[in-house]
Design a protein around this ligand. Sequence first.
Ligand SMILES: *Cc1c(COP(=O)(O)O)cnc(C)c1O
Length: 447
Amino acid sequence: MRDWTNLDKNYIWHPFTQMKDWLESDNLIIERGEGVYLYATDGKRYLDGVSSLWVNIHGHRKREIDEAIINQVHKLAHSTLLGLGAVPSIELAERLVRITPDNLEKVFYSDSGSTAVEVALKIAFQYWKNKGHESKKLFVSLDQAYHGDTIGSVSLGAIDLFHSIFHPLLFHTLVIPTPFPYRNPELTTHELKDNCLNNFRKIAEERGSEIAALIIEPCVQGAAGMIVHPKGFLKGLELICRENEILLICDEVATGFGRTGTMFACEHEDVKPDLMCLAKGMTGGYLPLAATMVSNQIFEAFLGNHTEYKTFFHGHSYTGNSLACAAAIACLDIFDRDHVLELLDPKIKFLGNCLSERLANLDHVGDIRQCGFMTGIELVENKSLRKPYPAELRIGTEVTRNVRNYGVILRPLGDVVVIMPPLSIENNEIETIVEATEKSIKEICQI
Ligand SMILES: *Cc1c(COP(=O)(O)O)cnc(C)c1O
């Protein structure tokens, strides 16, 4: 067999990776998957504890999705949506409109979470222009937000480690504070939520005539380290948006497709965004596909004679790809047929119990944050002082590397260990992940 580990080192530049470390490490190369497991060229099997970076929903090699793609290949792999329609893209759009909040009625396809966000922000910007409100061109985003890696979506993000280098390339945004209870122990969660809402209300009332939209990761800010917002925060933001004619964009790229226990996180607070970004889990983790959902009110602002230039001039070569749409339809069919969301509730509770029984009392576990199947375990040097580890120790990376010895793949966000398994995982496998995490934390943090 060829030496894939070395060939990889010869040819691949990995994303979000210090390649010097990579070139000096023993890296896993995956060659096969089955259910919640990945099989590597070292001959071993690993539980996919982060759903292949938050995308996988029903497991790998899911028969129905495999077959849907194969059937579609026999008809057509791809044709453009520029000037033509394509059957699977229509069928999927109808399904998406049916399952998202009922004001969302049109689907604009693209290929990744980042492009879904780019599309949302360009639509929001042009919407106000088309309506004759030239001054409404500012965006409000949350502290620690992550909306993708293209320049527009980076402009909306606020994670210094990823974003500060590119600062000169970015457009200016207004950033409002994120309610993060673990970092604000002096306030009750309720006070913290009210402070953050008041902050936004002040900005909205003073500068509403300049603000196009607020963008938010609803209920949980994933890449920031699984910051779970207090109940009522999202609803509060929505009301302030409505009172001040600010569009609400919900970036459900991470939270969508069941990840927080409901199909979309917006449903927890009965929020109806004007625009919604979908990607990651949409094809069950099979193929790159994204959608930006919009209300009719927004769609109609783009209608006009050709020379009014109200057209939305944006599109990608693979927009609405038929294979990806076929995979997404099969993925939604499985949600219905297998009652995935109903079965998820007890698994979420089981995960919560495992986390509190096995991890909550460990000396170096400062905080456990969970929203459905999105979980973050924050490691700290000193628990009572909430004092972080020195960054150079790379404790999160060490713990998640070590957990591979127990047959589990995890990837941290800084010193936050993320557990985000496919929704198809069984309770005994959840226990395996949490037990492996416990052992690894004990070994690396030397309790
Ligand atoms: C992952 C993510 C994105 C970016 O999606 P890509 O497909 O990686 O471009 C955008 N927003 C959120 C909330 C995400 O978690």
